[in-house]
Design a protein around this ligand. Sequence first.
Ligand SMILES: [Zn+2]
Length: 448
Amino acid sequence: MLITNGKLITWGEPNQILEGYAVYIEGNLIAAVGPQADLIARYPQAQHLDARGQYVMPGNVCAHTHFYGAFARGLAIPGEAPKDFPEILQKLWWPLDRSLRAEDVRASALVMLVDAIRHGTTTLIDHHASPNTIDGSLDVIAEAVEQSGLRAVLCYEVTDRDGNAKAAAGIRENVRFIQRCRSEAVAGGRVAATFGLHASLTLSAATLDACRSAAPEHTGFHIHVAEHESDEYDSLAKSGTRAVDRLAAHGILGPKTIVAHAIHIDAREAGLLAESQTWVSHQPRSNMNNGVGAAGVESLLRLGVKMCLGTDGFPHTMWEEWKAAYFLHKVWNRDPRRMSAADLAEMAAYNNARLAGSFFSQAPLGVIAPGAHADLIFVDYHPHTPLTTGNLPWQIVFGFHESMVTTTIGSGRLLMQDRQLLTLDEEAIAAHARQLAPAVWERYYAQF
Ligand SMILES: [Zn+2]
């Protein structure tokens, strides 16, 4: 497939904007990038995909999400509104994830994958919980990912909140799925695995040790850290140390581990995250919604922490997340100079691609270059000012919108063309989820 008449944004190092260039895709990889006339001459048999003057760029990556949260949309929390994040967990997320059956897990994933294709997010790092259907739940999600044509990294959130047997089942599910991904190319190699942990505040020392010793070699973890102060207070009460120190002591940090949030950490914990080369993912929309504060993103970047950007189950509209971060830190600090869009590009374009690429290392990811994974989107954006590599991050914050994504390509395959989804039946998926929702909500309300 030869993509013609596009303006390429490569997100290479350095970034380049190439006009008059074409992209030749062979199988699931970009085989060539070059002047359009040259590529047309070189590949005379190629089927053309005309980008009609749109921008062609790598698909977005979401560093932290929860497919299982789909049924929260429109759900009324009974009783008084939760006053803080621990109450949000107790009144919303925990009774909701306990209400999911395998069919609901599948429907949630499909709903989220439709959303991702439509909004141009081609790789998703998911953090799954469904305490009443743990065994095989990651296979159910993997099947949905396979159907969608997208790329995902999956794990199960181990926790002690539902008792020892379910903590053990969570460990088994992670180990089983990690081994499955090592022994076969799940979804043609588009699904990878990591080891999920809920958060320090729902994990005993014994369970953390059990996870550490059960995790196959060269496995990282994916865990929430210090999303709210309670994670730190709980850790101090349990272990006499703060949450990041506690995780470090249990061998959870490292260059393959993803920590979500890191809002209430102190300087020593930030240093531990930097030294251990742990990935840290920032979710500003979720943080604003939960009223939990804002991570010290700029300081963490300055310290050398590998900061990424995730949605935490919000729609997979990554540029919306850029915008939320851009505005949140200005108002949080009462200073319009804070949170440069260049920092956002470093996080959401480059670090997210590096993080996702570490799970799909057969080829570079998140870049338009020969040999890279062919995960691409077309953006129907026609700016009224010059768009340059220098101002692209600001063009994204003030000009780009996910509704401008018209075509999504995952692993060389068209998943959406001219806004028509080709792999998933959007209407049928939404209708099926609407059918399942009343029973999910009934099981949710039955717990109050
Ligand atoms: Zn999360």
